[in-house]
Write a protein that binds this ligand. Structure first.
Ligand code: SAH
Ligand code: SF4
Ligand code: F3S
Length: 477
């Protein structure tokens, strides 16, 4: 397959560059005249992989498509346009996407007007894009995380000029305000407070796929939160790869603690935030979380490893000791707090002893929840260039041991809830049984419970009767 002259292909070297240039802020959005009605009579389906940043991006994609008069549908076989918003953080995330693209091939075979587009973090990867170009001709459109606002024009070219189009900028990125949004939830919403990442942990692709750390202004964030409150939203989650770095790039006198406090004052019943890096987690943040009842007592604090040497090679900027200190501070100062984490096993050349340090830390912290991964080399990152002497089998064994360890503690943590009455924000009747409802506690525990006259989006009191490793069972009171 030939590379077309006007394609813009990803460039990881370019994506890595960081300058001191002022971030461009763009607050107008318009659909070009020729693309305004191209969705009439057509349906779209969006499939989303990866983190909340992607979920929120999909809501923007949907908002733009709605403006072009496309109609959403929940079955790709009924759609005229399928967008796959992808994640590149680990190899298996990519494999899932390629599987889905394979499944869609038959629709393209039967209907050459069927448009499959790939966007999101995978589109920012050089090798992946080359692979799609040559092996997946059914993919008609690929665009990156910095190209979302140009969707109308790209679709016009693909649908009306019958081009195959690749448009992936590799740059630091701008801050767009006022892009349309079609929220997928009616009472829970995502709010971006910043984009990108400058931490460059040595294993991680995110700084390359999402550009530099750039904050929205506090005014813009608070305006959005106020609107969500006025629309009746019960819960918002403030999003950033490193929320504690919020505001640093703006050179003003406010930071994440200030933003968190101002958000709390608006009075949405539940406020969450993710992700807070253990580096730069300020005392002021802890105080604010403890002070406001509507800031949920739940902190996701990715540890990655319990060994200082591995942490150093990961470029994490904290040690096992300082992680432990921070953990102690958070758990002693925020009443009833729950803490979850992310852990990577099998980072290049991780020794048995170093892995044991991770287990020791898990035993010390007794996390409420953990997301555990086997290290996956990402092309273009420093860790992918490290030689690795640890076998796949060893890594899998370590993952199994780690999971068993944290699961046991999570069960123990959950057992402490039995007999207590907790507040649950109701997500809906369970899929299996409509007399059973599901929802989350303030501490982010999933609760399955029975009750009568329960409405979605309500916050109800539930008495916990039984604890499992990943959920609690109870009865509405
Ligand atoms: N910004 C967040 C993490 C976002 S990625 C933070 O710094 O905490 C989510 C998680 O994926 C990471 O915390 C890490 O545990 C995992 N991860 C990232 N890159 C990975 C890789 N190359 N292999 C395995 N896990 C990885
Ligand atoms: Fe990746 Fe590290 Fe940035 Fe998190 S802080 S997104 S792990 S580079
Ligand atoms: Fe994945 Fe991109 Fe998020 S790589 S984890 S979707 S920032």
């Amino acid at each position: 397959m030939k590379i077309k002259a006007d394609w813009i292909l990803p460039d990881l070297k370019q994506a890595q560059k960081r300058t001191k240039k002022e971030v461009e802020r763009i607050d107008h959005f318009e659909i070009p005249e020729n693309a305004r009605f191209i969705g009439q009579g057509k349906k779209y389906y969006i499939s989303t992989f990866g983190c909340q940043a992607n979920e929120r991006d999909s809501e923007t994609l949907a908002g733009i498509l709605d403006m072009m008069e496309f109609v959403p549908c929940d079955d790709p076989s009924q759609a005229d346009l399928v967008l796959i918003n992808t994640c590149a953080v680990r190899q298996n995330a990519e494999e899932k996407v390629l599987g889905e693209v394979g499944n869609l091939k038959r629709f393209y075979r039967d209907n050459k007007d069927f448009v499959i587009g790939i966007c999101g973090c995978m589109a920012q990867e050089e090798a992946l894009v080359q692979k799609i170009i040559t092996t997946y001709p059914q993919v008609r459109l690929m665009f990156g995380t910095h190209n979302i606002q140009d969707l109308p024009n790209m679709l016009y070219r693909v649908m009306f000029q019958h081009e195959r189009l690749i448009q992936v900028y590799s740059k630091e990125g701008e801050v767009y305000e006022n892009l349309p949004v079609h929220r997928f939830g009616n009472y829970k919403a995502w709010v971006n407070i910043m984009y990108g990442c400058d931490k460059f942990c040595t294993y991680c692709i995110v700084p390359y796929t999402r550009g530099k750390e750039r904050s929205r202004t506090m005014d813009q964030v608070l305006k959005e939160v106020q609107e969500l409150k006025d629309e009746g939203y019960q819960e918002i989650t403030l999003l950033g790869q490193n929320v504690n770095a919020y505001g640093k790039d703006l050179h003003t006198d406010y930071d994440f603690a200030t933003l968190l406090e101002e958000t709390a004052k608006i009075g949405i019943p539940r406020i969450r935030f993710t992700t807070s890096h253990p580096w730069d987690f300020s005392d002021a943040m802890i105080d604010i979380i403890a002070k406001y009842d509507n800031i949920m007592p739940f902190v996701h604090l990715p540890m990655q490893s319990g060994d200082s040497d591995v942490l150093k090679r990961m470029g994490r900027r904290y040690t096992a000791e300082s992680y432990k200190e921070l953990f102690d501070k958070i758990s002693s100062r925020i009443p009833n707090v729950a803490i979850s984490t992310d852990i990577i096993v099998g980072f290049p050349n991780e020794t048995d002893e170093q892995f044991q340090h991770t287990l020791d830390m898990v035993k010390y912290c007794k996390f409420d929840n953990a997301f555990t991964f086997i290290y996956s080399p990402r092309e273009g990152t420093p860790a992918a260039r490290m030689e690795d002497s640890i076998s796949k089998e060893t890594k899998s064994k370590r993952l199994a041991i780690l999971n068993k360890t944290w699961n046991d503690f999570a069960l123990e943590k959950n057992q402490a809830y039995v007999g207590r009455t907790v507040k649950v924000l109701v997500d809906g009747p369970s899929k299996k049984n409509e007399n059973v409802y599901t929802g989350y506690t303030d501490t982010n525990k999933i609760v399955n419970f029975t009750g009568e006259n329960i409405a979605v989006g309500q916050i109800v009191d539930v008495k916990i009767e039984c604890a499992k490793t990943f959920s609690l069972d109870g009865k509405a009171v």
